[in-house]
Design a protein around this ligand. Structure first.
Ligand SMILES: NC(=O)c1ccc[n+]([C@@H]2O[C@H](COP(=O)([O-])OP(=O)(O)OC[C@H]3O[C@@H](n4cnc5c(N)ncnc54)[C@H](OP(=O)(O)O)[C@@H]3O)[C@@H](O)[C@H]2O)c1
Length: 258
């Protein structure tokens, strides 16, 4: 299958690495010619990657097309491109809805919206999209944990949670600084934090693991240290602050999509 990319930036690069390193990758990957340095690096890495002469050539040669340009130029980039109704279009532009894209390329087009994240390069992490489609599900399941949601409103909620990633690293860094203040060497401190969160996340991801609330209960021995921290953070409304940051991000995403 020929898979095209309009826009060869950070997220297209991650998708290309992921697709080109699938076992016996059956795909020919066709890149738009902007960002020649990145495109030629990818072509040099993988025999199945080719750079087209224009965005038009990408669309003409592809069965599926990923739209991976920035929101502000999407309308200009897509105007007049020769899309065909049998193609699948995967819109990765954060603030463009599928309706926006159809308005630009034709109302009879099959447009999907997806949120690929950089770890797709290593076939890891979630890959949420909508609406469900068996062929996309099959491909995305090879790139990570494919999650089909009912509609774009649900996808906005998923996007809201991805906006918490830098705060997660912020939490790790807070723990690192605190350990260093106790005299632990920086490397040992960060190694410990990474190993602890990785192991706990793996436990939570095991088949048959209790739901998150069950895991919380399991580790919160009454009167114990974990329970003390949980009680203290709940009392200062730490979880409420998290939820209200989600509300604010979701409101912003909805406003941008209007
Ligand atoms: N990065 C992420 O983690 C992520 C995750 C999910 C969704 N997204 C979405 O994916 C889209 C791309 O994000 P990104 O981070 O990959 O951005 P990026 O690194 O800035 O890449 C955008 C690419 O579009 C190229 N471009 C500009 N004008 C073009 C044109 N006329 N025709 C074809 N290509 C053109 C740019 O080329 P030049 O370098 O030559 O200007 C650049 O390489 C955004 O809409 C973003 O919302 C990103």
């Amino acid at each position: 299958m020929n898979i095209g990319f309009i826009g060869v930036g950070a997220i297209a690069e991650a998708l290309v690495h992921g697709l080109a390193t699938l076992p016996d990758s059956p795909h020919r990957l066709i890149l738009s010619p902007r960002n020649p340095a990145r495109a030629s690096h990818l072509s040099a890495c993988y025999a199945e990657v080719h750079t087209a002469s224009s965005n038009q050539a990408v669309v003409e040669q592809s069965d599926w097309v990923f739209i991976t340009v920035k929101p502000d130029i999407t309308a200009d980039v897509l105007a007049g491109l020769p899309f065909r109704p049998e193609q699948l279009i995967i819109n990765c532009v954060s603030t463009c809805t599928c309706a926006d894209i159809r308005q630009l390329i034709g109302h009879n087009m099959q447009v999907f919206k997806a949120i690929p994240l950089p770890p797709v390069a290593r076939h890891q992490g979630p890959l949420a999209y909508t609406p469900a489609h068996p062929l996309l599900q099959a491909l995305f399941s090879q790139l990570g944990n494919a999650v089909a949601v009912a509609d774009e409103a649900q996808l906005q909620a998923i996007a809201t949670i991805t906006a918490q990633i830098s705060s997660l690293y912020g939490l790790f860094d807070c723990a690192r600084q605190w350990l260093q203040q106790q005299g632990i060497a920086p490397q040992a401190a960060s190694d410990y934090i990474k190993a602890m969160y990785l192991a706990q996340t793996r436990l939570a991801a095991e088949d048959g693991a209790p739901p998150f609330a069950g895991l919380m209960e399991e580790v919160s021995t009454p009167g114990g240290l974990n329970e003390q921290v949980l009680r203290q953070l709940t009392a200062v409304r730490w979880f409420d602050a998290y939820a209200s940051s989600c509300d604010a991000v979701l409101a912003r995403l909805r406003q941008q999509a209007d």
